[in-house]
Design a protein around this ligand. Structure first.
Ligand SMILES: *[C@@H]1O[C@H](CO)[C@@H](O)[C@H](O)[C@H]1NC(C)=O
Ligand SMILES: *[C@@H]1O[C@H](CO)[C@@H](O)[C@H](O)[C@H]1NC(C)=O
Length: 158
């Protein structure tokens, strides 16, 4: 019994949203085909917001300041439980490269990288064109995502 329980726990996936400025945002999740629909959540700098996702979830999320209404944003793209049991992730500017102040950086929680995205856009460390090779991979299934203007102080590796 204990073995079964710990195996289940180790497969949970999470994304934690760390807001670096004073803006409150709504985070909208868009699942890939066949993956579970997830409700939107809000996040602000008062608390790091952790969202639990199905262990095999794949899709993207965007963050929009409360009261603003635009559909195309900088994206966090994630695939949990991918090939070789890896988590794949990146920041993508493909649909709206002018959205420079919402989704900023993604990296495995508790680690220094590999980090995707940057503190100030535009930068090279994200997807701009469909053939950019920017997707990062990790054995971790817990990711961090920063939102908004500010600095983490973390000496990231990319
Ligand atoms: C969010 O997490 C980061 C990284 O662990 C930490 O430095 C920061 O203080 C946390 N913010 C809050 C509001 O707990
Ligand atoms: C792209 O992002 C900018 C800045 O966040 C926003 O003002 C604009 O409405 C977005 N464009 C679309 C088509 O959603």
């Amino acid at each position: 019994m204990a073995l079964v329980a710990s195996a289940a726990v180790s497969h949970a996936a999470t994304v934690t949203f760390w807001t670096l400025d004073d803006v409150e945002r709504t985070i909208y999740f868009t699942p890939n085909d066949g993956k579970e629909w997830l409700p939107s959540v809000t996040a602000n700098s008062q608390v790091n917001k952790t969202v639990e996702l199905p262990a095999d979830w794949a899709g993207n999320y965007r963050a929009v300041p409360l009261g603003e209404d635009f559909e195309q944003s900088m994206l966090g793209e994630v695939m949990f439980g991918g090939s070789y049991d890896l988590t794949f992730y990146d920041v993508s500017a493909i649909v709206n490269g002018t959205d420079k102040n919402n989704i900023k950086q993604l990296w495995p929680k508790g680690q220094l990288g590999p980090m995707s995205g940057c503190e100030e856009f535009p930068c090279d460390n994200c997807y701009w064109l469909p053939d950019d090779i920017q997707t990062k991979a990790t054995r971790e299934s817990n990711l961090m995502t920063t939102l908004g203007t500010g600095f983490t102080g973390i000496p990231f590796t990319t």
